[in-house]
Design a protein around this ligand. Structure first.
Ligand SMILES: [Zn+2]
Ligand SMILES: [Zn+2]
Ligand SMILES: [Zn+2]
Length: 121
């Protein structure tokens, strides 16, 4: 077996740099906004740093509208993981099933776009 080294995508448009953004779930405060365990609990999304890393290009998470919070629950959004943004699909277009809200009628992430509100075009 020839050694080929690590599998690395070459020549793709994928950016190699991540972007650091303010944590949406805690608004950059680094504390659990709901104080579920205690008022001093560390934000589970950014682990208290107030910043999270994302892969550009990103768009606002449709399901939580960028808040990072699961609508009507004191939980992190399961679509964006609490970051408030999601990686933008290629040639993104508005999801025809939820019309961009990311939400299915049951209040769960739309299964067509998986809650992003957009689908790959
Ligand atoms: Zn946070
Ligand atoms: Zn979200
Ligand atoms: Zn959708």
């Amino acid at each position: 077996m020839a050694r080929r080294g690590k599998r690395m995508a070459k020549g793709t448009a994928r950016p190699k740099e991540r972007n650091q953004i303010t944590c949406a779930f805690c608004n950059g405060e680094g504390k659990d906004p709901f104080g579920i365990l205690s008022i001093l609990s560390t934000c589970q999304v950014c682990k208290g740093s107030g910043k999270v890393w994302v892969w550009p290009p990103t768009i606002k998470c449709g399901f939580c509208a960028g808040s990072g919070v699961f609508p009507d629950k004191r939980l992190t959004c399961t679509v964006c993981g609490g970051k408030g943004v999601v990686t933008k699909p290629k040639n993104a277009k508005t999801c025809p099933a939820c019309l961009g809200s990311g939400m299915a009628p049951e209040g769960l992430p739309d299964f067509v776009c998986r809650g992003k509100g957009v689908i790959a075009g």
